[in-house]
Design a protein around this ligand. Sequence first.
Ligand code: GDP
Length: 536
Amino acid sequence: ITETSLLFRQPKRHIERILRQLGAAQVTSLDRELLELVASECSHLQIVDQLQDKEHDSDEDEAIRMSWPARPPVVTVMGHVDHGKTTLMDALRRRAPGNKMTTGSSKNNIKSGKKKGAPANVGDIAGTEAGGITQVITAFQVALEGSDAAVTFLDTPGHAAFRNMRESGLEAADVIVLVVAAEDGLAAQSLEILQFYKSLLEQNVDISLVVAMNKIDQPGINLEECQYRLENQLLQEGILVEGMPQTDGDFFGSPVPLYPISAKEGTGLDDMIEGLILQSEIMDLRAPKEEPASGILLDARIEKGLGVVVDAIVRSGDLKKGDVVVSGEHKGRVRILKSTQGNTQVSEASASQPVRIMGFDSLPTAGDLFRVVESEEIAQELVEKAAAIKDTAENKPAMMAAVEIQGSGKDTLDKNWQSNLKEKYEIGEADSSIIRVPMVLKASADGTLMALHEALQTLMATSKYKLHLDIVQMAVGPVSENDMQLAGESGAMVLGFDVKVPSSNETEIPVFQSKVIYSLLDSARDAMAERYLPPK
Ligand code: GDP
């Protein structure tokens, strides 16, 4: 993936996302067909990438970017459980035009799963339409009073278990609002979110952080003390709050604004929204208009009487009713396009706008990208390609989760040995009886490489243990320093079929080389037994 990402000059996470979307997340080596597909997806990503990347190498690019209109910031609110995220989202939702929230909170609706009466909140749009399950809205826009400026809020699940979804939600976000209960300060999930923010910064994602210090209405609260403590906790995490005296040391990103708020009483929310708009001006967020749209899917579901309903956020261009859309193996034509607020139909939507799309033929995956293509034919072609790739990815032996052993007498292992292995290879509880055997495979040609790979599969399938061939690297060419490094990092052994290997090996990495496949397999089997299998 690192090589591919260099090849396409795309951040690694983009390549990973493309592969995931193509259903080929497990692929460790890219064949020609897959590379072509990645390339075609990349050209589409380029535009999304430009939105985030302001380090343009030419004045021309910069001029193009400057010709794009400003777009609203996309904001995601996160926080430790009970720090007030839901209350804050509800308070913000109430400010979104066209939204009337009379009773209840979105949280109660999620929990009860049913709508109890008249529209409880805007999230009930789906429930109202289908007369069934309440679907909490995934995004909405809040405008600043007396101005055109707006903020798009994304609602992503906040619990630790939803980390993945949260991460995919973040692909679309420009700003994270971290909600922290004033009296509690940073808690476990707050730290996790900060960690995630920092990792995004390290990947050069253009994202900023805003802290909302919540529950300032609590009786007897000492605001100054709470703020002082929170600022210092953040400092400990390498985050400098705006207005704090500059201390020595390295900080992540720019100083972050902190807004004292009460989600419950609505105090401080205007300031926070204004602050978010200011933040977006500083970030200089822009997106092209009058171009075929692309964006990110936030939620996809099937609703009775409506078919596939997708919530999405437009990232670039304009999405129009009638457009042909593609996302991975799924396609369709935008039959109905709605604003996610007020349940009103719209004829088009521009960047940062949350929309509800009806018209996909099948159910796409939340977190995936979508894009508009010129014609149904192109859509069909892309969908077929994606499906074919997914097929090969699934059928490639290396990608098989585990090899079931026929007639296996013993599939439970010695406990100690298992925990050692777990420590070493981070095998989860769920598949603790599967033994991962990491390997780096190099061969003189595609044919020999495939032969080696297949032979190893067979070798593993005949073992009485559940062995999983975990390919760390598989490529044509001599065993390089990079291969050795990969093997070292992953605890893999290196097999070179008819290729050169480094003349000296001062590491503990087992390296085998031969022109005879059987002798290579013999060495591999012995080393495998020694390194990965429980002692007899
Ligand atoms: P979440 O788990 O982060 O979504 O938290 P909730 O929004 O459900 O809030 C947890 C509890 O804190 C609830 O009982 C809320 O009523 C309460 N709460 C949330 N915001 C505030 C606030 O600004 N002030 C006070 N006093 N309580 C709040």
